[in-house]
Design a protein around this ligand. Sequence first.
Ligand SMILES: Cc1cc2nc3c(=O)[nH]c(=O)nc-3n(C[C@H](O)[C@H](O)[C@H](O)COP(=O)(O)O)c2cc1C
Length: 350
Amino acid sequence: MNPWNHTPIIGQAPMDGVTDAAFRYITDLYGKPDVLFTEFVNVEGLGRNAVKLLNAFIKHTTATPIIGQLYGTDLHHFYNAALIVAELGFSGMDINMGCPASNIARRGAGAGLIRTPDRAKEIIHIVKKASLDFADGATIDSTDATKAVKKWVHDHKPENVSRSILPISVKTRIGYDEIITTEWMQHLLEASPTAITIHGRTLKQMYTGIANWDEIGKSSEIAKGSGVKILGNGDVSSLEDANEKIQTYNLDGVLIGRASFGNPWIFKGIEVSIAARLQAALEHCRAFQSLTLHAHFAGLRKHMVWYCKFFRNSASVRDQLMHIETVQDVENILIPIISSLEQNRRSAFI
Ligand SMILES: Cc1cc2nc3c(=O)[nH]c(=O)nc-3n(C[C@H](O)[C@H](O)[C@H](O)COP(=O)(O)O)c2cc1C
């Protein structure tokens, strides 16, 4: 399903170290956003046979569109990686042109591409070519990808993947050192991606200050008539806030990032009880075990703590959750609390 076909789109923003298969499963289950993204995957790393990067592309079975995100600078590796995303059955491919991390941007990838617009456009074109070639029958086997990468794709690709042309999107920022929204948008529009998500900060700002939504609105104005969908991103705090920003800045949608930590219900605009939050935490850790077998349990600790953010006086519980090693550890901590909260609720009702 093409995730960009219906608007407005309220989606889950891609976040490295956060939006893995288990997180996406829980977000999908409790929030049903319009679109989900993987963590970003380095195309040059795949070219160097770093098969473990492909774990970011493990996904749960769902009708919700999931987009595979890629980053890097090398056109050949982008081509191969895009074929992988297509063969794995994703609903689209997103190119990261917004990551501010110095080890990535200094090498010209992520937000570094804002400084090399010609390369940015070449990347969009090569990924589009991969998408067209995939629809015409190309597979990762017809490339020089390593044997191990090809095997991983074979082992993980769903049966009967539809050979349609996948939409290509870009996620970026409003500038590198300074705001250059107009110029940068004009470059990106020349390459006609299906959608562009603009995070209203420059690279220099990293995640500090307040996202500049006037600049995001300017992007939408510039893209008018181009057919390219424009989504805003940065500091969206609720579903109501998302809808308000879509209206005010004339957008096709928004992506929500940090406000969804431990709070998949944000996409439905509902509040749930503490017991329901802790129950979801338990399910999250079970999904982590079944979907994310490769990952170290330590990666789950922050999620468990995020589910406690509305839970008053939970310092000691949060402290215990920071030391979990197994699902059993989480069950031992959370099940008695959930039972006692349920018991209190019943007593209060009677
Ligand atoms: C921990 C973390 C990891 C991130 N990783 C990615 C990533 O892999 N790809 C990407 O495009 N953006 C990434 N971002 C940026 C977010 O997608 C989003 O643009 C940013 O958090 C602003 O949105 P928010 O204010 O709703 O969180 C990351 C952000 C955070 C906080």
